[in-house]
Design a binder for this molecule. Structure first.
Ligand code: SF4
Length: 441
């Protein structure tokens, strides 16, 4: 690392950047904590912790902006075992998270168009197109993305990521580590499948060490795994608090508050953040504050969020007293917590890499949804049929029919795309939601 890179990082990230973000947070907290100007008739005010989350996420992207030359950078997929890279002090960047930020800011279509103009098909996942668009044009709401020194992808969420990261490796001319996870057809993955992934992780270590320019310390890896486990446990506890009536937070809150568990898993600040969020959620329960003020009906959400319409959906349902209180998507970042064993970090990384919901059969997702309907006392289900995410959407028509038949709850298939608002028909969605609300009555 050069002296100028070090100085630039300290000044822009730990000096000026930190001060500016603290100031913004302080101002936002004063607004949240001051006399309530919240006028929404149907929804609770934002969580008090929201400014802290915003600061945490902004700081993460600021660190990335100045990372090149200061520390090594790895781009990874959301289901990849990133703890290994954290323990080697990589700055870990999740292009899917960056794309979600672009989606929430309604910039994804403009950015993805850069990729489409370069020849990438609109049939490719909109996260990948958003990422390619940023790489090709430099457009991003977070300032600047650092170039990767290493890429890590894992096929446990889809096969798109395999092609996506091959394109990135070719473009940036950096090593690509691919972790291939056998699909889990039954309740338990066979031992040889876990061993197969573990061997790939063993082989990945020297590649990552070479790029990092240092050796992996077992003590450090265990500590990162311990922090990952603790943050995942807290996240799971937070979601499970929604078994209370009224639900203290909605799934729309969860979609926003889940950013640290995805992109800062393994950091101590993430554990502190979720401990504080849990405390606030418990305060809401004690004061009987519901995310929807007059909660009458409770729903399950399946698949990715529709990032550019979170507010619209929360309000459209909230005015009818309908709260979405559980989701298979946010659950995916908590349900594997029990599998993390900090004392055997690589073996448990192999195990947790195999079990994500997208690496299992559609029957498993159906069973998960049925359990959630029971556990959270739900009255219906919205299945977002996501044009981009084929592996998450496959089987949803059958799942909808089975939920209606087996659980006796109404279920709605809502066609959209998580990032590409050209696939979202306002009128059609409004009509379908109105009809669904009537069915719930
Ligand atoms: S296809 Fe689905 S799982 Fe794959 S990158 Fe896109 S959103 Fe993620």
């Amino acid at each position: 690392m050069s002296a100028s890179s070090w100085l630039r990082y300290q000044l822009m990230v730990n000096g000026l950047g930190l001060a500016a973000l603290r100031w913004q947070r302080w101002q936002a907290e004063r607004r949240v904590g001051g006399p309530s100007r919240w006028k929404d008739e149907y929804l609770a005010p934002p969580l008090k912790i929201a400014p802290r989350n915003k600061e945490l996420v902004a700081r993460h992207w600021l660190q990335g902006r100045y990372a090149n030359g200061y520390r090594k950078v790895a781009w990874v997929t959301s289901g990849a075992p990133a703890e290994l890279l954290k323990a080697l002090d990589f700055y870990v960047l999740y292009p899917e998270n960056h794309a979600a930020i672009c989606g929430t800011a309604r910039l994804a279509v403009d950015i993805a168009s850069e990729a489409e103009n370069a020849g990438y098909s609109r049939d490719i996942c909109s996260y990948a197109r958003t990422d390619f668009g940023t790489v090709l044009s430099g457009k991003t709401p977070v300032g600047k993305l650092p170039k990767p020194d290493l890429l890590l992808t894992c096929t446990n969420i889809c096969q798109t990521v395999l092609q996506w990261y091959r394109v990135l490796a070719h473009y940036f001319k950096v090593p690509l580590i691919l972790i291939d996870t056998p699909f889990v057809y039954y309740a338990e993955a066979p031992d040889h499948a876990v061993e197969f992934v573990k061997r790939q992780l063993d082989e990945a270590v020297p590649v990552a060490e070479q790029v990092a320019g240092k050796s992996l310390e077992e003590r450090k890896l265990k500590e990162v795994a311990r922090l990952s486990k603790r943050a995942s446990e807290l996240w799971l506890e937070i979601m499970e608090r929604n078994r209370h009536r009224p639900a203290p937070i909605s799934v729309f809150d969860e979609f926003i508050q889940m950013a640290p568990i995805v992109e800062m898993r393994g950091d101590a600040v993430t554990v502190d953040f979720y401990a504080a969020l849990l405390k606030e959620v418990d305060e809401r329960i004690a004061r009987r504050i519901g995310a929807v003020k007059q909660e009458r009906k409770r729903l399950l959400w399946d698949n990715l969020p529709i990032w550019y319409r979170l507010r619209y959906l929360a309000e459209s349902l909230g005015e009818h007293g309908i709260a979405i209180v559980a989701s298979t998507y946010t659950n995916a970042w908590g349900e594997l917590a029990p599998l993390i064993d900090p004392e055997r970090p690589l073996e448990s990384a192999a195990r947790t890499s195999i079990y994500p919901i997208l690496n299992r059969g559609t029957g498993h997702k159906l069973a998960t949804m049925k359990c959630m309907i029971e556990d959270y006392g739900l009255d219906g289900v919205i299945l977002h049929s996501d044009r981009s995410c084929k592996p998450y959407s496959v089987g949803q028509i059958d799942q909808r029919d089975r939920l209606i038949h087996d659980c006796g709850v109404p279920a709605l298939l809502l066609e959209a795309d998580h990032n590409d608002f050209r696939c979202f028909s306002e009128e059609q969605v409004a009509n379908r939601l109105a009809a669904f609300v009537e069915m719930l009555e």
